[in-house]
Design a protein around this ligand. Sequence first.
Ligand SMILES: Nc1ncnc2c1ncn2[C@@H]1O[C@H](COP(=O)(O)OP(=O)(O)OP(=O)(O)O)[C@@H](O)[C@H]1O
Length: 550
Amino acid sequence: MSIVASDPILKVEHLSMKFGGLVAVGDLSFEARRGEITALIGPNGAGKTTVFNCITGFYKPSEGMITLKRRDGTAYLLERLPDFQIPAKAKVARTFQNIRLFSGMTVLENLLVAQHNKLMLASGFTVLGLFGAPAYRRASAESRDLAAHWLEKADLIDRADDPAGDLPYGAQRRLEIARAMCTGPELLCLDEPAAGLNPKESLALNTLLNDIKDNTGTSILLIEHDMSVVMQISDHVVVLEYGRKISDGDPSFVKSDPKVIAAYLGIDDQEVETVLVEVGDEHVIEQFDGTPDPEQGPSPSSSMMAGPVSDTIEHADHSEGLVKVAPGASKADRVKSAESAKAPSAKAKPAAKAKPAVEPAKVPRAPKAKSEAAADAAVAQPAAPKPARSRAKPTDQAPVSLMSAPAVKPKATVKAKPAETPAAKASAKPVAKAAVPAPKPAAAKATVPAKSPAAAKPARPKPAPASAATAAPDDLTLIKGIGPVNARKLGEHGITTFAQIAAWKKADIVAAEAYLEFDGRIAREDWVGQARRFARGAKPAKAGKTGGRG
Ligand SMILES: Nc1ncnc2c1ncn2[C@@H]1O[C@H](COP(=O)(O)OP(=O)(O)OP(=O)(O)O)[C@@H](O)[C@H]1O
């Protein structure tokens, strides 16, 4: 069978994934075309990673079909393929939100390990390799050549013999992609490859991804919050909100689609109704019992399908095919809440309606008060006043696009997101919720003015450290390891002075590592010690400072 370039390599049809009562993905259909870069975007908690996990076999979808068609015409139903066969047979490779390299192994070894299967096959799964069997020697040489090829492409050839853990963050991201490419994938799934990168590193990433697209024919499916990456390199963008697709098209279409702007930036209560009509969304209702289903974690076996979701995903109207989504999620609920708030009884508005402030740098929107926020509000802030709507409002005068609009808080700083594995989930969630303070209202003033100052307030009061309010901010970039990006992220969490960092305890470091997306780096670079020295008045040796990645 002949496959043409524009054929879909991946077809997702009516995909649904539920976790207990939470419908993380509901009735989602889209296609990724062969040889193209398809971006999957959406605000925090929209269900992007869940889609990836279904595609790569980490989750068994509750409903739906995922078809991967290889160049030779062979089609695989990924939801039925055992997960370990997805890379080998369907040729799907992926990277994760959090870097997962073998940090103690060298850069080159990381790429050789990725080709382990090939080498095992060549050794006949025996000790032939040790005796230098010709087939093994050949395979070994090929593996090294392939590794060297991808090290060149990823601009890492000079670091081939360094431990992977010693690489700067951006280089580690590129190494992960190089490692995935060493498996010869036809579909490369990248989960937030630009997260935490500085502009220079983002540029290097764009170059690498374009190179892969142009020269290997590997199709790329990308989850990304960094709109500069998405809009520059994607051929096709699919936008999710609350597990449903709200837009699908080329980047220029998507970035000016009112539904996408509404999802990212928010709109006035009155405008909500208009947009809902436009979106055809006014019948969306919500339901959510907030209890994740532990049995829906990464599956040990992929041949079985999870139970039907018809009990939680329901077609509200069969003619329209709308699905129920999580409570607090839909704009319809916001309309209802706005109406009830106007009523004399003045019912308290659910905290889930709180929308975050926006900031002018990277991506999507701030802490979307979905399930966690609703739970937090119930437990921690029962008497919290109705939060001001904080999404910036597109003006009538100026057309707004995602590129011109102020992007919103990256999720990692605010959201207690379930981790990829149950173990990670168990440890990550409490840390993120308990220790990471809510983000600061960011500079909503950028290009799209907020309606009023109140409109830029965050959903929840931010527990900024007391000293942050009084002390003048220090130049945190003097600390080796803190660049402008990390300084900004720290600022968003109320960390602006050396004294604050100097006073960090273990829990504070864990919390900071969570929102900076580091893995032991703060201790390794001894930020606390450095901050103590600066707080004591040590002279900054700015000229000698290296290593601030962001
Ligand atoms: N294993 C799980 N158990 C319970 N709920 C989960 C699980 N995985 C994801 N969820 C929930 O599903 C929803 C979608 O999460 P998902 O991580 O897919 O969103 P996302 O769009 O990737 O978000 P982000 O951009 O923050 O990474 C969220 O409400 C999340 O809490």
